[in-house]
Each structure stands twice: as C-alpha cells, then as structure tokens.
Design a protein around this ligand. Structure first.
Ligand SMILES: Cc1cc2nc3c(=O)[nH]c(=O)nc-3n(C[C@H](O)[C@H](O)[C@H](O)COP(=O)(O)O)c2cc1C
Length: 210
C-alpha cells in the first residue's frame, strides 16, 4: 500500500459550541476523562513544542501529570534541551491526539516552573527506579554508551538505597494557556474546531474553519 492510499474518514462524533463548557480547562478535563474511559493508549501523552535560541522550533512527547484551574503540569529535567529552550523563551505549544475518539487538542501558552515543594511531592510518588533515573540521566547530553548510563544508575542506587531526594534540576512546569483548541474529526475533512482564546480575564469561544 502506498502512503498516499492511507486515509481515514472521521465519523464518530460532532462538537458544537453549545456543548462546550465556557472554560476550556473544564472542557479539557471532560475530553481527558473520555479518552481514559475509551482506553486510549497513553491518554496523557502530549507533544510539546519549544523554540531554541535561533528561533527554531523543536518538539517531543511528555506526559501530562496534572490539570488545575491554572493550567497543565508536566515534569522534566530543567537542564534538558526543552528546559533550556523554556528558560530563554517560556512560550510553548502542546498537542494531544486521541485517535480512538478522532480528537485533537492544541494548547498554546506561557510556562512557569512550579514551586519546589510541589515537585518534591510528585517526585516522591515516582517508582524508585525512575527516581534513580532522574539522577543518572543528564537528559539531552551526548553520552558514550548505554553501559556508562547503567553504571551511573548503579552508583546512584548504592548512594540512595532507600530514599532518593529530588535533584534540584528536575521538576515541574505549569503551562498557563492563552489559547486552547478542541478538534473533532468529521466526514469529508469538514472537521469541527472550537478555539478558546483569553481576552483580559475572559475566554472567547470561536469556531474555526477546518
Ligand atoms: C510517550 C512519551 C512520554 C514521555 N514523557 C516524558 C516526560 O514526562 N518527561 C520527560 O522529560 N520526557 C518524557 N519523554 C521523553 C521525551 O520525549 C524526550 O526524549 C526527553 O524529554 C528529552 O527531550 P529534550 O532533549 O528535547 O529535552 C517521553 C517520551 C514519550 C515517547
């Protein structure tokens, strides 16, 4: 089969402005719940795009760990490539794709570090080996081989056999949304797109052409 022969018709659902909450966070929570209920593989996985010092975009997947009235929280290494991009330019874009529901959500906004105590709290809930991994991995750096990574992890584990403290270079970011768009696939590529944009303290809801 040729790539150009691969195509799906989207027929499952519709999205009308009237069915959407006034607040995009509530709307997101509703869709997130439905994605989990539909047993979407990795329902919390999202792409995050950042911009480097030359104005060039780069992106990768991360996991959403919390949604609250302020925005969307994920965790990473602050010294990673994404971390250094965010330090220079806090504006990011997030994208979720839930194929089983024929849905996409796009979020654009400004990123802030969450308080250290909140990162401590989440770090403590991670499995032991993940906490060791946070110390062993100098995320995004070039390393000579995998063996050296395992050796570093073993050293860290020997040092912290029980309690692993959070490295201060590892923690959470909160993405405070300025626009949130909900996309529902429809037949004939005439999809539904409802975008919320923040104006002063209000959310304006608009339908976009597909
Ligand atoms: C499904 C999935 C979830 C991921 N979740 C995270 C995450 O929550 N935090 C993280 O730092 N990296 C996560 N990664 C790894 C990142 O995609 C990426 O490789 C890593 O963060 C380094 O990115 P950077 O060099 O651009 O900073 C995940 C990868 C996948 C495929």
């Amino acid at each position: 089969m040729e790539l150009h022969d691969i195509r799906n018709e989207y027929t499952k659902r519709v999205l009308s402005q009237n069915d959407c909450y006034e607040n995009p966070i509530l709307q997101f929570e509703q869709w997130q719940k439905e994605a989990i209920h539909a047993q979407v593989n990795e329902p919390t996985a999202m792409n995050i795009a950042t911009v480097d010092e030359q104005g060039r975009p780069n992106s990768r997947m991360v996991l959403l760990k919390e949604v609250n009235e302020q925005g969307f929280v994920f965790f990473t290494n602050y010294l990673s490539r994404k971390g250094s991009c965010i330090e220079r330019n806090p504006y990011v874009a997030l994208t979720f794709f839930w194929p089983e529901l024929e849905r996409q959500v796009r979020i654009e906004g400004k990123t802030v570090k969450i308080p250290a105590e909140q990162s401590d709290k989440y770090f403590a809930t991670r499995p032991y080996t993940s906490r060791i991994g946070a110390w062993a991995s100098e995320q995004s750096a070039v390393i000579s081989n995998y063996k050296s990574l395992l050796a570093k992890a073993a050293l860290v584990a020997a040092k912290h056999p029980l309690n692993v403290p959070r490295p201060d270079y590892w923690g959470g970011y909160l993405v405070v949304p300025e626009t949130v768009e909900f996309w529902q696939g429809r037949p004939s590529r005439l999809h539904d797109r409802i975008r919320y944009r923040k104006e002063s303290d209000n959310w304006i809801r608009e339908r976009l052409s597909p």
